[in-house]
Design a protein around this ligand. Structure first.
Ligand code: NAD
Ligand code: ZN
Length: 424
């Protein structure tokens, strides 16, 4: 074929960024945003790149570190050098899926990350080599009727492609085995468990503010979903009561969003009792372990604690039974239930119709109702203005070769987010 394949070594410019009032733990890494270090200098634009990827070969098995080939971006596509990534529970949900239509292997998971644009395909004008970007699973073309509407955050142009295994416009893959050419599936339009990925420009958010890479990474999925859930979907009012089922990153980010909106009571519900202490950092005022409630339905316990039911009830676990509990814990005559958890097989919900007639509402949302391109930069700025706690979501940091440790920590309930650095 005659195409020279480049072996690429990531070069990070590292320095400590000390925010006002920050501790040594708050220190992060900012990566160089000048285009000089990217494709033009290294000469990779337009050529395949060989690099490492953590490939899932079978459902539920440890990821395998392999050498892969990443094709150059086609029209409307962006090739990104991943700086760091983290693991969201949705990765775990799909990693466990062992039957059709979702069991697609080999596959590169990962959809919470930050990186630097290495090169862009034709027609891409929004970003250029050297720009700092978040790849996001939720597309935002900014041109379709739904992207232009203020009523939601769905993008109708790519709506039918999720959770696609290839690029959203043509369904094909940009990944293959470096030695045997075997095709490797994408995941949610992002696939960040590799040193380089190719993402449609509709899935790219440009970040211009000097936010440390590991904090920016959190805004690529889980934290944005939770904070957006409280802010955009529920529109939590000052003085209101909130109950949150599931205190992982999504649930704790709901708490963070709700307290910033002035909620006065924020009840956390989790089977893991350790989550109460952690939850206090994000505004959780009360805690219930459903495993310690005996025969009493959890909704009765919550109603008693919130004087008749929570004004806002959030499901951040991903189980239909918990979604029903969340709904039954909401207040009659105006209680709002927001479903953020992803049910593994999309099981139907069973809700009493009289309960709905009494004035409760249920709404669900991907990406917390946020429009990625316009709303995520606002959250980044809120962090820099010390109006959003991101620091406490990071519980561990490991190098790319230890990515399976990050998986284990999440599965064992020992981490919120473990940052996986590609160049360490
Ligand atoms: P996580 O694994 O970090 O946290 C889940 C929490 O739920 C844990 O603390 C666990 O102890 C708790 N839990 C489990 N079963 C429970 C039960 N029966 N009752 C109460 N608590 C229980 O997960 P995460 O990354 O925070 O993700 C949470 C959910 O949100 C997942 O379903 C994930 O797929 C989904 N998610 C949705 C979006 C979206 O756009 N809507 C985005 C990201 C994640
Ligand atoms: Zn996610």
């Amino acid at each position: 074929m005659g195409t020279r394949i480049m072996e690429v070594r990531c070069r990070l410019i590292i320095f400590f960024h000390n925010r006002k009032g920050s501790t040594s733990q708050n220190r992060g890494i900012i990566f160089q945003t000048s285009s000089s270090m990217e494709s033009n200098a290294s000469g990779t634009a337009g050529k395949p790149i060989r690099c490492r990827a953590a490939v899932c070969r079978r459902a539920g098995e440890p990821l395998v570190m392999e050498e892969i080939q990443v094709e150059p971006p086609k029209a409307w596509e962006v090739r990104i050098r991943i700086v760091c990534t983290s693991i969201c529970h949705t990765d775990v949900t799909f990693w466990k899926m062992d039957s059709a239509p979702f069991a697609l292997f080999p596959r590169i998971f990962g959809h919470e990350a930050v990186g630097v644009v290495e090169s862009v395909g034709e027609k891409v004008e929004e970003v250029k080599a050297g720009d700092t970007v978040l790849p996001v699973f939720w597309s935002n073309c900014e041109k379709c009727r739904d992207c232009e509407s203020s009523r939601g955050n769905a993008c109708s142009v790519f709506a039918n492609q999720r959770p696609g295994s290839g690029m959203p416009r043509d369904g094909t893959t940009r990944f293959s085995g470096a030695n045997d050419g075997e095709a490797i599936h994408h995941f949610l339009g992002v696939s960040s468990f590799c040193e380089y990925t190719v993402v449609d420009v509709a899935h790219v958010v440009k970040i211009s503010s000097p936010i440390p890479a590991n904090r920016a990474c959190l805004l690529s999925c889980g934290v944005s979903t939770g904070v957006g859930g409280a802010w955009k979907v529920a529109d939590v009012e000052p003085g209101s009561s909130v109950v949150i089922f599931g205190l992982g990153v999504v649930g704790l980010a709901v708490a963070e969003g709700a307290r910033r909106r002035g909620a006065s009571k924020i009840v956390g519900v989790d089977l893991n009792p350790d989550k109460f202490e952690i939850g206090k950092k994000f505004g959780i005022t009360d805690f219930v372990n459903p495993g310690a409630c005996g025969e009493r339905p959890i909704s009765e316990v919550i109603k008693e604690m919130t004087d008749g039911g929570a004004d806002y009830s959030f499901e951040c676990v991903g189980l239909a039974s918990v979604m029903a509990d969340a709904f039954n814990s909401s207040r009659e005559g105006g209680g709002k239930t927001v479903i953020l958890g992803v049910e593994m097989r999309g099981a139907p919900l069973s809700l009493g119709s009289y309960e709905i007639l009494r004035g409760r509402t249920v709404v669900g949302s991907f990406f917390g109702g946020l429009k990625p391109k316009s709303d995520v930069p606002i959250l980044a700025q809120k962090y820099l203005d010390q109006e959003l706690n991101l620091d406490d979501f990071i519980t561990q940091e490991v190098s790319f070769q230890d990515i399976n440790t990050a998986f284990d920590l999440l599965l064992q309930g020992k981490s919120l987010r473990c940052i996986v650095w590609m160049d360490r």
